[in-house]
Design a protein around this ligand. Sequence first.
Ligand code: FE2
Length: 412
Amino acid sequence: MIDLLIRGAQLPDGRNVDIAIAGASIAEVAPRIEAEAHEVIEAAGRLVSLPFVDPHFHMDATLSYGIPRINASGTLLEGIALWGELRAVLTPEEVVERALEYCNIAVSKGILAIRTHVDVTDPRLAGVEGLLEVREKVKDVIDLQLVAFPQDGWYRSQGAEENLIRALDMGVDVVGGIPHFERTLADGAASVRAACELAAERGLQVDLHCDESDDPMSRHIETLAAETIRCGLQGRVAGSHLTSMHSMDNYYVAKLLPLIAEAGVAAIPNPLINITLQGRMESYPKRRGMTRVPELLEHGIPVGLGQDCMMDPWYPLGTADMLDVAFMGLHVAQLTSPAQMAQCYGLVTESSAGILGLDWGIEAGKPANLVMLDATTPVEAIRKRATRLAVISRGKVVSRSPAPQAELATGW
Ligand code: FE2
């Protein structure tokens, strides 16, 4: 007996199939499944895909917009300063409350895996304590990964390294860093080395805020790739943002891209935030500030698009909608051919799942994590930011939303 049967699911690759789910796993995927089921969902040709994955977020800061004040300039640096004010008075209870509210919004939008950075600068580690509790509370629905993130610098912020190690001891999953925010290029490179050595020692992954600036001479992604190879961390390292690649010299990038590919380092651009925060120090023409996504993809480098922020010191907007992220990424990177547009959908689903190390897929034996959308193709889903009609986690329907219907009174 099947627990849940989805009939007539249109998969992102164009196949139309039935999907049988038993318990928390996919039991069978076939053009037609004749089986008794406790529950049947009629997809009727609608898109059913892997759920959305947000590979880069800040859950300790989300939904704090306006506390204690708003970011008047809208810049990255004022955001960091403002976050410093909030962080000093943060309690674990507040973090849990806001994060759980966010998780509900995320689930309703079909996000079932999130990698969140958690600031370890403050020795009280209130964010770490709060988000470890949240990870435990949501674990039956959301795969939540925590990155120990020294927001004010591994070396630049006194005690950050010790706090980061304490956070890992408490159960934080991934080693973070912010090399471009250290005092010097040399300190930044040393922090990359320290992060990779720590990850190798503990068998962890690395995800650094890396080269998040318009500085064409920022070179930390090069060090990250080299250290990944030296420490044997291939496939376990990601560079988030990489915005300076946008401004780098083409000759240098021609050498850099094969090095990133050789190291198996993944790239996590955050289009909504990168387009908003970069290029702030220039007049016209203004750089876009997002990294070179088409070129990364052409080199076979795994790319996942992240949301980064929602209603926090850095970004006043956001709806936890990874289709917004894909939409913005598609535009800024000019990924407009039919194949490239469809690929953008993959960047917020399977590609990001791969970067987080999740063994997901729409085939027998994989976890029954799926989303059904009010669209028939990935491109239509991006275009419409289609309603997530049903969200299924571990075989259970965890959210349903009706397709919106306008009541028109135009009279023609
Ligand atoms: Fe970030």
